[in-house]
Design a protein around this ligand. Sequence first.
Ligand code: G3H
Ligand code: 13P
Ligand code: ZN
Length: 305
Amino acid sequence: MTLVTMKKILAKANKEGYAVGAFNINNMEILQGVIKAGENLKSPLIISCSEGAIEYAGIDYLINLVTTAAKLTKIPIALHLDHGKNFKIIKQCIDKGFTSIMIDASHYDFKENVKLTKRAVALARKKGVTVEAEIGKLSGVEDLVSERRGIYTDPAEAFEFVKQTKVDALAIAIGTSHGAYKFKGESHLEFSILKEIKSKLKMPLVLHGASSVYPELVEKVNSHGGEMENAHGVTDSLLKKACKLGINKVNTDTDLRLAFTGALRESLMRNKTSFDPRKYLIMARDDITKVVERKIKVFGSQNKA
Ligand code: G3H
Ligand code: 13P
Ligand code: ZN
């Protein structure tokens, strides 16, 4: 199958009320692990590459890897630029075959965010590429309890933003943050804001910073020489509820990093005489498949391919 647009994948998810995982990849093993999970559970997939992934692996390597994966499978796959901030990279992705891009100008004020997003939309439309943008701020929410309302996405602003930019998908801030240290105490998402935005916009909504930081993955890292204290993420039950209330794309990177790192650490420690990378990368790839299968079940995209 050729790559499909993210718009197509998300239109079905929005209509039928589930979410599709957007999984970040940086190399072949992570990609293969993700694809295998999608095939096992007949789920569509969004493969995300960040600007950092592009810098690490090279844009042509990533495009060729993902295009090959799509050709070899029957499940629908979109190739998406995650957190595009650099217009040179955004343009390259559009021109070279990504089927979706995110323009992330959420760190600017509303006016500048609209201006930069409209510029990305104009570039993408020429090639039929999907556009995701973000409004609200994700990081540091847990430290600023008194300012929470100011950091969460304002529903009225979200409505105005989409009206002006005409983006296909909107990332909103309801309490998540990137990385492995998301909450100091109980994890909490502001579902009232999600409900209000969905009722106003009825379009595909995106949750970034959505990894669960599963304790068993952290434990595997720590018990094999890693040092990750107090890592904490978004529980499966909160994610399930978010998907039910209108999130249609769930961005997941940290859980994949944890699965890969834990398996790699364990395998290297257990096989001290081995120096064949295939022997330890195969375990890391298998653990990526396991965690992605769990995610697909939580998001509800099983049998939606
Ligand atoms: O949201 C960011 C993703 O986890 C990608 O991270 O920029 O380190 O590749 P990265
Ligand atoms: P996590 O760090 O929670 O996996 O979030 C990833 C993400 O939002 C990628 O855009
Ligand atoms: Zn993100």
